[in-house]
Design a protein around this ligand. Structure first.
Ligand code: NAD
Length: 472
């Protein structure tokens, strides 16, 4: 997407960094190193598409090596360019630090419109990209571990891991070279919905704090909150689903073909069915069509979740946004100018590098699973169930009371992989929000949440660089 502001996307990230850096104690050199993109690999490679040879442009950026491997998604979009990949890689560094995932930031992209290719052609392009990464040592369980992003998913991750494994025969940890794989290919349960679920857990925590909600004129709790979501892809759909399932009212949904709005609420599942059968979210019974996805975001709501692309809220439309809370599902959906305009209006902006970190958090769990070669819960599920049964029996004997069948099932249940992943994610999103909010309160709420989040991230990465002892 075209940058609408005065800054490139990467410069925008740098600007936000600088705003926060003055609240940290690090000397200029360390700050400069944290900010810099360590390695930028731009590649061009030929792929035969039909009767022609197409020269494909692609990137992989490793923003920071203070922890290894580097981590970050791969996106397929015609908007991919070096500046964008650098900005997204930088955000990954700060994101990992915020949620205590021990990785440096990375990001990749192929400048293609995936809709224009057949599955076979996409596989060829993806495998070629993967082999270029192997050739230059830009992928590997301890080097750089990509994941899905805009325009990619489990299918692309499977092609990449397969290419990697065939070029590195016998590498026992090969599965850990990429995350976001389907469960049958070494993925972890809960990864697909992780980013959307993390957004839900994060916002649920935000709206649970009465003091902050009073200031916004909102009640606490998710139930009854009016929500608009832009983008019904992996992130947007799952975020909308968890809000909807937990009692929020989805009043607006926006996709690239336009948007729909109904102040009384939309049935999310019916909208998805409608889109499947008609190819569009438009003309959904009972809803008003919006001319485009921007107009949808400007409708009244409590919480707006932009979950499509960057720079969608900018100086051109920020003052028309009516939401009281903006939860950044996408990476960089607000330009620095929009940040300022909305900040002045008193809108609470929950920054991307915290809020959409659920994906990388669960990717970290997937990487751990791949390296340990065992499914989470396999060793302890049955043991916990036996223990729980013994405790329950003892309590029943002591009290003379019997648990109901439902209670018995709940108490006995030992942790399965999905339970552990969900609870690890929930704990991360809650804990990290409080780290950011504590910093925000410490700074007398004079800065926005994004700046507070940057301060938290810079402090962690800065200490890492200091401890690496690379500044003799
Ligand atoms: P996706 O490709 O699954 O979905 C993106 C959706 O946005 C698509 O449905 C697309 O049609 C829609 N879209 C495109 N242009 C639009 C427009 N102008 N208006 C409304 N909708 C539009 O991608 P995704 O994985 O959901 O990623 C979305 C954003 O979230 C990106 O910024 C990505 O970097 C970020 N993100 C993704 C993950 C992840 O785990 N997938 C993690 C963190 C952040």
């Amino acid at each position: 997407m075209e940058n609408q502001g005065h800054y490139s996307f990467f410069q925008g990230v740098e600007r936000n960094f600088d705003k926060a850096a003055k609240y940290t104690r690090f000397e200029a050199g360390i700050l400069e190193q944290i900010k810099a993109c360590n390695s930028v690999y731009r590649m061009k490679f030929p792929v035969r598409i039909g009767d022609n040879i197409e020269v494909i442009e692609a990137y992989r950026v490793q923003h920071s090596h203070h922890k290894l491997p580097c981590k970050g998604g791969i996106r397929y979009s015609m908007d991919v360019n070096q500046d964008e990949v650098m900005a997204l890689a930088a955000l990954m560094t700060y994101k990992c630090a915020i949620v205590n995932v021990p990785f440096g930031g990375g990001k990749g992209g192929i400048k293609i419109d995936p809709k224009k290719y057949t599955t076979f052609e996409l596989e060829k392009i993806t495998r070629r990209y993967a082999s270029e990464l192997v050739k230059k040592n830009f992928i590997g369980p301890g080097i750089d571990v990509p994941a899905p992003d805009y325009g990619t998913g489990g299918r692309e991750m499977s092609w990449i891991v397969d290419t990697y494994a065939s070029l590195k025969p016998g590498e026992v940890d090969a599965l850990a070279c990429i995350t976001g794989k389907p469960v049958t290919q070494g993925g972890v349960r809960g990864r697909t919905e992780a980013t959307g679920l993390g957004i839900y857990y994060g916002i649920r925590e935000v709206v649970s704090i009465k003091e902050d909600m009073d200031k916004l004129g909102l009640t606490t709790g998710i139930a009854g909150k009016k929500v608009i979501v832009q983008g019904l892809g992996n992130v947007g759909y799952h975020a909308a689903k968890f809000f909807y399932d937990n009692g929020a009212i989805i009043v607006g949904l926006a996709e690239y073909e336009g948007g729909i709005y109904n102040a009384d609420g939309l049935d999310l599942y019916k909208v998805v069915e409608h889109r499947k059968s008609t190819g569009s979210i438009l003309n959904f019974a009972g809803a008003t069509n919006m001319t485009n996805s921007y107009a949808t975001m400007e409708q009244p709501c409590d919480i707006l979740i932009p979950a499509a692309l960057e720079n969608v809220i900018n100086e051109g439309n920020a003052d028309r946004i009516q939401a009281k809370i903006i939860g950044e599902g996408a990476n960089g959906p607000l330009t620095p100018e929009a940040d300022e305009i909305l900040g002045k209006k008193g809108v609470m902006i929950i920054p991307d590098m915290y809020l959409n970190a659920g994906g990388v958090t669960v990717s970290y769990f997937e990487w751990l699973k791949n390296l340990s070669h065992v499914r989470f819960g396999r060793m302890d599920k049955r043991f916990s169930e036996n223990q729980n049964t013994s405790i329950l029996n003892a309590v029943e004997n002591l009290t003379g009371k019997k648990a109901s069948d439902t209670e018995r099932k709940q108490i006995q249940h030992g942790p399965e992989e999905a339970d552990l992943v969900y609870s690890g994610l929930e704990d991360t999103m809650i804990g990290s929000y409080h780290e950011i909010r504590d910093e925000w309160v410490k700074l007398d709420r004079k800065v926005d949440m994004r700046t507070a989040a940057f301060v938290v991230a810079i402090n962690k990465v800065g200490v890492s660089y200091e401890e690496l002892g690379i500044f003799p």
